[in-house]
Ligand binder design. Structure first.
Ligand SMILES: CSC[C@H]1O[C@H](OP(=O)(O)O)[C@H](O)[C@@H]1O
Ligand SMILES: Nc1ncnc2[nH]cnc12
Length: 474
């Protein structure tokens, strides 16, 4: 029969006939896939959860249809189509669904067994739950891979009460059922991303410079202690989420600002972020301005640099034990990732902040500021800004195959202007404090822009560039 679905009567008739067809296919032809459709029909169209529950349950038990076990398990878990929730029964159905090769059932069984929420009443069994999650991830369930990545990132303690996400020192001595393992976390996140889970794709490192290392960017961050072949990063990493996008925050100079620019272990910082699974790094930096139009209080999305630093370790490829092998001759044009630069710039513009789309930073060794003659020379060289930290950070991020961009906040006019006093540290910090909200807003919004991006080819391009730049690997 032909239906005219513009007509209400025809639509009603069509829907009724669909129900009749599904009942016939399920009860007379005994086709389990049609019984599943009947359950979905009762649930979504008739909103008759009691009947839907019976159909799913019977289809799971009588016809061994895994997806129906999952559905009935979910009904048991939330008490749908029945008097009250029954998590123990839910687990039985998830386990049966998993035995029947339904990856989502394995995921649900795994989550129930490993979850620690107070409303969960099944006996916690992490090894068993882990096996279900692993089975699910092996069968290409992206959520299971993502969940496993989270377990390895923070570790799973034997006794949940021992674990304090805000006191990593204490956590060092607790008994873990699954020890934190950043390599495993990264591998599972990678697989989840390849399977299309965009929340596992972007994992954004944020390097906060002078005046920007506010842990309250995240709710309930977890502290990660990381050691690297290149030594320790400036501080513990704070791992959390910003509106659902995984992020890792690191204070460039340490949270107590204990490392001056030439003493920052840039290699350990970038390596640690890479180990924590970061795909991107967004950085802030306080900078002096070398040109009139770039005014204190403005933002600049850096697009190039002039390196005036010396003696800083600026490559991972120096035969450090545990580091990569070969000699890496990396092109530096463009120095910064265009995609991440664009995210920062779009974020600044949509906030209505004064922001320059481009700027070359002259990176001096510090810790002293420039002399007047140096400042005038930096202007002649074509620099727009001056700071002390962008090199080697940008270079190492590029060597690590990461997408790196930096938002500079102008704090002063350095010392090139006639009749004006020179920059001072108190001026820099006061100006930064006055404007830090701008930098924070731009970073937070850029995180959302990058997290929602589904075209991730540029991340592969960053990695491939590194591979193609290495000589003498063995
Ligand atoms: C605090 S004055 C100079 C200092 O400030 C900038 O630090 P960061 O880039 O970490 O914001 C600048 O690069 C100098 O290191
Ligand atoms: N004038 C300046 N020189 C170097 N680093 C800076 N950071 C902020 N202002 C600076």
């Amino acid at each position: 029969m032909a239906y005219n679905l513009q007509k209400e009567e025809d639509v009603k008739q069509y829907v009724e006939n669909l129900g009749i067809e599904y009942r016939f296919g399920c009860y007379h032809e005994k086709k389990p896939e049609v019984c599943q459709l009947l359950g979905d029909y009762l649930e979504a169209i008739k909103k008759d959860y009691k009947k839907a529950a019976v159909v799913y349950k019977n289809n799971c038990l009588d016809y061994n249809y895994g997806k129906s076990c999952l559905k009935y398990g979910n009904y048991s878990l939330i008490g749908r189509g029945r008097d009250k929730p029954d998590p123990k029964e839910a687990l039985q159905y998830f386990e049966k669904g998993c035995e029947l090769s339904d990856p989502a059932s394995c995921l649900h069984a795994g989550v129930l067994l490993t979850n620690t929420g107070s409303d969960i009443t099944v006996q916690r069994d992490v090894p068993k739950g882990y096996n279900y999650l692993k089975k699910s991830c092996d069968r290409n369930d992206d959520m299971a891979c993502h969940y496993l990545s989270g377990m390895y990132l923070a570790g799973v303690p034997r006794n949940v009460v021992d674990f304090n996400p805000h006191n990593p020192e204490k956590n060092k001595n607790i008994d873990y059922l699954i020890k934190p393992d950043l390599k495993q976390a990264f591998q599972f996140a990678n697989k989840a991303c390849e399977l299309g889970n965009i929340y596992a794709c972007a994992n954004i490192g944020i390097i906060g410079g002078s005046g920007f290392d506010d842990p309250s960017l995240f709710q309930n961050p977890i502290e990660l202690h990381v050691n690297t072949p290149f030594g320790k990063p400036s501080d513990t990493l704070l791992q959390g989420q910003i509106k659902g996008v995984p992020c890792v925050l690191l204070a460039r100079h340490g949270r107590k600002h204990q490392y001056q620019p030439s003493d920052v272990n840039y290699r350990a910082n970038i390596w640690a972020l890479k180990e924590a699974g970061c795909t991107h790094v967004l950085a802030t930096t306080a900078t002096g301005s070398l040109v009139e139009e770039y005014k204190p209080g403005d933002l600049v999305i850096l697009d190039d640099f002039i390196d005036r630093t010396w003696g800083r370790k600026c490559t991972f490829y120096d035969r450090t034990e545990g580091g990569p092998r070969g000699v890496c001759h990396l092109p530096m044009r463009p120095a910064f990732c265009e995609r991440s630069r664009r995210a920062l710039f779009d974020a600044a513009v949509s906030r209505g902040y004064r922001c320059h789309e481009k700027g070359t930073a002259v990176v001096i060794q510090g810790p002293r500021f420039s002399s007047r003659a140096e400042s005038l020379m930096h202007r002649q060289w074509g620099g727009h800004l001056v700071n002390m930290t962008t090199v080697p950070e940008v270079v190492l991020a590029k060597e690590a195959g990461l997408s790196y961009a930096a938002v500079a906040l102008i704090t002063d006019y350095d010392c090139w202007r006639e009749d004006e006093k020179s920059v001072s540290v108190s001026e820099v910090l006061a100006m930064f404090a006055q404007n830090v909200k701008k930098a924070a807003d731009v970073i937070l919004d850029a995180v959302q822009i990058l997290g929602a991006d589904t075209d991730l080819e540029y991340l592969n391009a960053h990695r491939e560039l590194v591979t193609s730049s290495i000589m003498l690997k063995d």
